[in-house]
Design a protein around this ligand. Sequence first.
Ligand code: MN
Length: 304
Amino acid sequence: MVNKSISLIGVPTDIGAGHRGASMGPEALRVANLSARLAKRGLDVVDRGNLQGPLNPWLPPQDGYRHLPEVRAWNEAVHEAVHAELALGRLPIMLGGDHSLAIGSISAVARYCREQRKQLRVLWLDAHADFNTAEVTPSGNIHGMPVACLCGKGPKELVEVGGHVPATTPDVFRQVGIRSVDEAEKRLVRESQVSIFDMRHIDEVGMKRTMEEALAGVDENTHLHISFDVDFLDPTIAPGVGTTVRGGPNYREAQLCMEMIADTGRIGSIDIVELNPAFDKKNQTARLAVDLVESLFGKSTLIR
Ligand SMILES: [Mn+2]
């Protein structure tokens, strides 16, 4: 049975992104009625409001990283907030914010899993592998680096968030929907042995088999963390992101993905990141994200 006590944590920053605007994501999700929609599903939802952190100074990269001290400050706050909700027995949903914030959320989830002796599985739904390092990043934007940082490859300031180094290991990740990996990043991803189900794989075997593979081995002792980068979705249905990449899952494929995750009953925590209202049309991408999160909590066409 999935935890019915949900805590929403707004993290209004675009500190790790290459475009401004993901800082407006939490409010767009609230305007799209996330809280009420989940409550309607019988869940006990508490909105904890927004975390606070430094403003975005919008500076060029220094030594390969943009805004490193600020990214660290936000992630320390996220780590503490997410861990506190888990310790209360609640299911945190982080409303991002850009994807660099997954360093804070997933390090907290990994810490909780160590404390509870649970097996961690992270489903990383994204167009990008987010496995860059300072040596290979074309931009210095840290939202392209969280998976590498969580696996211990990155600057001390980020690798040490949460105090356990590395925060987690590559084998917990299953990446789905990937279709844009930087040239040098391809080698890092291969060496790391992170499991990637890219769009070619989904084209070849379909979303159903892909999700069966990504969820294989999930058992009653598994804590499932969903890191949902909205750019996972095809830009024709989800224009409200900074880094659109064509050729993503369509509406039905995305629904099936979420419904199959829901069927496991093992969701323990969620990130919703990279929603950028500055690129959206009439909040349609926020509304779609809410619709898909409802499916993560079991909304389906029929009683099954
Ligand atoms: Mn991402």
